[in-house]
Design a protein around this ligand. Structure first.
Ligand code: UDP
Ligand code: MG
Length: 132
């Protein structure tokens, strides 16, 4: 069995709307294990460090302000691609039916969830939130 891990985040828009349990249940029902989970509220500096890969993008500043705007739930799950498939496309308008972003995303920025996009980034992102 694979011991691959990914970092999953329920973003502020979804925590605020009390969607954490609904979102966790979608992952669990689709055979993902939630290995660890915690609710935190990060600073803008921490968000800027986390989203460093996007620092050249026009949306970087707003994205970091947004991720630090309220509590988030960070989770470790056990499959990168399965997590990304269940999240759906970055823009909720383009996401497939029954994906988390289609069901709950508000807009391309307030799209309810984050999931690591590769093994390499998953390792870094888990380290960022779960190791001191
Ligand atoms: N984002 C945004 N505007 C854009 C593209 C992305 O605000 O035009 C935000 C959105 O919240 C997205 C995050 O930046 O989830 C990271 O972007 P990425 O391209 O990595 O999308 P993801 O991997 O989250 O689907
Ligand atoms: Mg990404």
């Amino acid at each position: 069995m694979s011991n691959e891990q990914t970092l999953s985040i329920v973003k502020p828009d979804a925590v605020e709307r009390n969607l954490v349990e609904d979102i966790k249940n979608i992952f669990i029902k689709n055979s993902l294990n939630i290995i660890d989970s915690k609710k935190i509220h990060i600073t803008k500096d921490e968000a800027s460090e986390f989203y460093k890969v996007h620092q050249s993008k026009p949306f970087y500043n707003d994205l970091c302000a947004y991720l630090s705007s309220g509590p988030i739930v960070v989770m470790i799950e056990n499959a990168i691609l399965a997590n990304r498939k269940l999240m759906g496309a970055t823009n909720p308008k383009e996401a497939e039916e029954n994906t988390i972003r289609k069901l709950y995303g508000i807009s391309i920025d307030k799209n309810s969830v984050h999931g690591s996009d590769s093994l390499e980034n998953a390792k870094k992102e888990i380290e960022f939130f779960f190791k001191n």
